[in-house]
Design a protein around this ligand. Structure first.
Ligand SMILES: [Zn+2]
Length: 359
């Protein structure tokens, strides 16, 4: 079969071998140029330029030529081989760049897309009130010390003048973990711990935290609530110190125009004991639903620390005395804001929670 002679810039020969070489190499070059993937390119390289490939087969045909033709065509053959290998290399680079470009396009993130607007959270009203109470008492030189919610029966009851069988224990039924450990019924357990660890010391301690009672939940009762306990020990501590401290607390929490009154009461761990009433912040003593038309609301229990409690904790009651009071934080917030159901504090309802910005 007669093959048409093609001129090319490399070829100086015009024999049949050169024609065959040119035609085949141009065809291979074309295949390299149009290959779409690296896999396809590698296949072309193996089939045509590899060992036993098309080019090798052509090379073996040199054997049929005379010495002069061999010399000329070997040069031509090598030039084509280099040209084709370079073409493969260049195409490989192009395909690699194209792959990378495609990958970047696929992984592109649209940073102009508008993000979700997440509302900022604020502190729970109970946490806000704890911080306010702590701030107030820190200014008065108190120490903040918190005590564990799992407490021994001795610290929760016995040391606080409620030995086994004491009727006051019935009013504070709680959750027992075993015969000795229970969920504390009041933050007053801080007194058992700190007084015992520091007998005959002058102490000023404020402590807030969760407490537990075996109560059925309703609008005014929950099995868990938040309490603050405050106590002072020293020489000649009297009711005057207690009253002044309570008045300051009420003015800080309810406003400077508010005041308190003390009513006799009974607690096992204080003697004498009082109930602390504050003027009703809702009606300014005109009488309303919150204060049940009395103008006063009960906010805390207080008294001088019972001498037996001090003795139980190693204090010499001839020299040392002290005062103590405790109050529920939910109750304070309910009075201040006219909240009717204590369970609102635990429902995690954002519509309820976002209403509170203390101060
Ligand atoms: Zn009122």
């Amino acid at each position: 079969m007669k093959t048409k002679v093609k001129k090319n810039d490399l070829n100086k020969g015009n024999n049949d071998f050169a024609i065959l070489l040119d035609q085949n190499c141009e065809s291979i070059q074309q295949k390299i140029l149009v290959s779409q993937t690296k896999e396809e390119l590698q296949k072309i390289k193996k089939e045509h330029l590899g060992k036993g490939g098309k080019i090798s087969q052509i090379f073996h045909q040199l054997i049929n030529l005379n010495e002069q033709e061999k010399k000329e065509n070997i040069k031509l053959f090598n030039e084509w081989k280099i040209k084709l290998l370079n073409a493969v290399k260049k195409k490989e680079q192009e395909l690699t760049e194209e792959e990378l470009k495609q990958q970047l396009l696929n992984e592109k993130i649209d940073i102009t897309l508008e993000g979700k607007n997440l509302p900022l959270a604020c502190l729970h009203p109970l946490t806000q009130l704890i911080q306010k109470v702590y701030d107030t008492f820190l200014r008065l030189g108190y120490q903040i010390i918190e005590s564990p919610e799992i407490e021994t029966e001795e610290n929760n009851f016995t040391k606080l003048n409620m030995p086994p069988g004491h009727p006051a224990r019935d009013m504070q039924d709680t959750f027992y973990l075993n015969n000795n450990l229970l969920l504390r019924t009041h933050t007053t357990n801080i007194q058992s711990r700190i007084l015992s660890e520091n007998p005959n010391q002058e102490l000023k301690v404020i402590s807030a935290g969760k407490v537990y009672r075996r109560d059925d939940d309703d609008a005014t009762h929950t099995h868990q609530f938040t309490q603050v306990d405050c106590f002072v020990t020293g020489k000649n501590i009297s009711f005057t110190h207690l009253k002044g401290t309570l008045e300051l607390l009420v003015k800080e929490c309810f406003g400077k125009e508010q005041t308190i009154r003390l009513r006799p009461s009974y607690f096992p761990f204080t003697e004498p004991s009082v109930e602390v009433d504050a003027t009703c912040v809702q009606c300014q003593q005109q009488g309303c639903e919150v204060c049940k038309k009395s103008g006063w609301v009960e906010i805390a229990g207080a008294g001088l620390i019972h001498p037996q409690v001090l003795k139980n904790c190693g204090f010499d009651t001839k020299i040392y005395s002290g005062f103590a009071f405790a109050f529920g934080l939910e109750r304070l917030l309910m009075i201040k804001y006219g909240i009717e159901d204590i369970r609102n504090f635990y429902l995690n309802d954002i519509r309820f929670l976002r209403q509170f910005v203390w101060c």
